[in-house]
Each structure stands twice: as C-alpha cells, then as structure tokens.
Ligand binder design. Structure first.
Ligand code: NAD
Ligand code: AKB
Length: 318
C-alpha cells in the first residue's frame, strides 16, 4: 500500500487524479496539496496547503503523513509562463528540485513528474515526433520541462531516485478548468458550445495539436507508476498521446451534437506557441515498455465530454 502526496492537486489533472488514487490506495493514504484552497472534490480526504518552493514545509508534510510516493503536478503552464517567465522558472524548477531532494534525503519509493509536448520546439519533426529527437523549446515552460526531464534522469542515475513521467499532450477534461495553457481552447470549446453556442478560438482553424482525454491521462500516470522497473529504459520523458486534430475538426465534431454551434478564429500570442509544438506523437516506447494504450479518440472524447458537462450544468442550475 502506498502513502501518496499530490502537489498542485487543485488543478485540472489533480482534481481528477485525487479521487482515482483515493479509490485505489484508500482515502486516508492520499494527501492532496496545493498553494490554493482545496475544491470540494479534494476535501473528502487529507489536504495540506503547500507551496512547493518551500522545501522545509514539503519535507514536514512528507514526514507527517509518512509519504513514500509523490505525484508532483504543481507548475505554471505555457501561456501563464510567457506572461510570468520568472515565476514559471521559479515554481517549475525549484519545485521539482525540492521534490527530488526530499525524495533523495528521505529515500522515497517513487516520484511522478509530468513533462509535456512543450518540451519540443520548432526544429523538432512535427509529424509522429519521435521519443528521442531535437529538444529546443522556445517557451520558458518548455525549457523547464526539458530541464526537468534531465534533472529527473540525473536523480535516478546519480542517487537512485525512482522518478518516472510522461510528456503529456493537451489534456481534455470536464471537472476542473485548464490552468493557463496553450491547449486550453480544446476544453473551452466544449463549455462554450453548451453554454453560448459560440466560441472565439485563440488559435487558427487549421492548428493541429496532439491531445489526450482525462481517463487516458490518469491511466498513463497510474500505469507508469505501477510498471515493472526492469522494463523501463526511459525515466520522465515517455511520449504519450491519445489523438490529434485541428481546432476546426474539433468544432465540426461538436457540431455533430450541437448543429447551431459556431466558432470565430482570432489567433493571439498562443498561436506562436502552438505552431512550435508537434502535430502528432510517436508513443511506441511507452507502448513497448509499459503497455501504454489509449482508449479515447476524438469522437469518443466529444460524446463523453458533452454528456458529462450537460449532466454537471443541469445539477448546478437552480
Ligand atoms: P493546473 O495549472 O491546472 O494546476 C497546477 C496547480 O499547481 C494549480 O492548482 C496551482 O494552484 C498549483 N500551483 C501553482 N504554483 C504552486 C506552488 N508554488 N506550490 C504548489 N502548488 C502550486 O495544471 P494541470 O493541467 O493540472 O497540470 C499538472 C501538471 O501536468 C503540470 O506539471 C503540467 O505542466 C503538466 N501537464 C499538463 C498538461 C495539460 O494539458 N493539462 C499537459 C502537459 C503537461
Ligand atoms: C499547455 O498548453 O501549456 C499544456 C501543455 C500541453 O503542457 N496544456
């Protein structure tokens, strides 16, 4: 049985990872933490307000709950990172360094660190981007992700810290809103389609990016953390993906369910970020080494997202 700490747990991924981990390991064995106050979904088990840049407090929490495993989700994402590059460097690098140092000092069993397709850059091959390729990102967020992957590798080889992670594409989900990334339009479009029947999209209609639906995103994290260590040849940099589509294709798929839905395309500074990222991902290393296989394509994601959001909006309306 694991004793788990999740940092950045109030965010898009943490809000759905926490219930999943609590179901798997027991409510009392999964400590949610964030710099923010907990949302309702996190308050059915232990929660600690924790800034990951504060290493002493991080260590205190790990000791207090006898934690052996950390899912380190706290970060500043790509769009917010371009607005606040110093904060992105500080939170993403110091936060990860602190988690790895505490793991080394207290001999924790396992750490999960999510990297991102943002670790790639405009010189990277855009179609079926390989596992090993050119890594020259142009955002501060992407730079922290490449440096983070390397730091994780270093802590594994130098100190034996069992740190693992994936390069997530854009995550689509229906519980917590996305937290300031470039792929946020793919989530916002669903909310707007249901609420207003129209959406102003901040990337061009022909912008293609790789994406993953939340159930697959959670499966990737949990399966990799449970994988047999003897099969792993990579650490915190496994390419994973669920699907690839353009903003226009997503709108067309939503229109199959909501025919009157319209989208206006008004690209802003996030277009340049999107243009620097891969269009599709080769995730064969993850498939071979720990059996990765996504379940959701665009049609299945769209159907499930609309059902879940419809149900939620109905429950929320007086
Ligand atoms: P998010 O922005 O929704 O959540 C991040 C959380 O971190 C927030 O709740 C925020 O309050 C918290 N946080 C910020 N600064 C903190 C600090 N100093 N100390 C503690 N907490 C702090 O992000 P997310 O989408 O849930 O992403 C989680 C992880 O997955 C991040 O590392 C992100 O880079 C990675 N990732 C996400 C996506 C995606 O599309 N969501 C894609 C690739 C990688
Ligand atoms: C972002 O757009 O910043 C994130 C990511 C792909 O890492 N969603």
């Amino acid at each position: 049985m694991r004793r788990v700490l999740v940092t950045g747990a109030a965010g898009q991924i943490g809000s759905e990872l926490i219930p999943k981990l609590r179901e798997k390991y027991g409510r009392e064995n999964v400590v949610a933490s964030d710099i923010r106050e907990p949302s309702e979904t996190l308050s059915d088990g232990p929660f600690e307000q924790l800034d990951v840049t504060d290493r002493d407090r991080l260590k205190e929490v790990v000791k207090e709950y006898d934690v052996d495993t950390v899912f380190h989700l706290a970060a500043i994402l790509s769009a917010t990172g371009e607005r606040k590059p110093h904060l992105a460097w500080y939170v993403n690098m110091d936060g990860l360094y602190n988690v790895l140092e505490v793991a080394r000092e207290l001999e924790l069993t396992r750490i999960f660190f999510p990297s991102s397709i943002a670790a790639f850059g405009p010189e990277t091959p855009k179609e079926m981007t390989p596992q090993e390729t050119v890594m020259r990102p142009k955002t501060i967020y992407g730079i922290t992700k490449v440096a983070g992957e390397l730091l994780c590798d270093y802590y594994f080889h130098r100190f034996g810290v069992d740190v693992r992670g994936v390069r997530y594409p854009g995550v689509i989900s229906s519980v917590a809103p996305p937290g300031g990334g470039t792929t946020d339009y793919a989530v916002e479009m669903f909310y707007a389609a249901l609420r207003h029947k129209r959406y102003v999209c901040f990337v061009r209609e022909d912008t293609v990016l790789p994406m993953i639906y939340m159930p697959d995103c959670l499966k990737a994290a949990i399966d990799l953390m449970e994988a047999d260590p003897s099969r792993l040849r990579h650490r915190a940099d496994y390419n994973v993906t669920g699907m690839s589509f353009s903003a226009g294709e997503l709108a067309a798929e939503i229109r199959k369910h909501i025919p009157e839905f319209t989208v206006e395309y008004r690209p802003d500074f996030r277009q340049k970020i999107a243009d620097s990222w891969p269009r599709s991902i080769d995730d064969s290393a993850a498939r071979e080494e720990w059996g990765w296989k996504p379940s959701y394509d665009l049609a299945a994601t769209t159907k499930d997202m609309l059902e879940k959001l419809r149900r939620r909006f109905k429950e929320e309306s007086p």
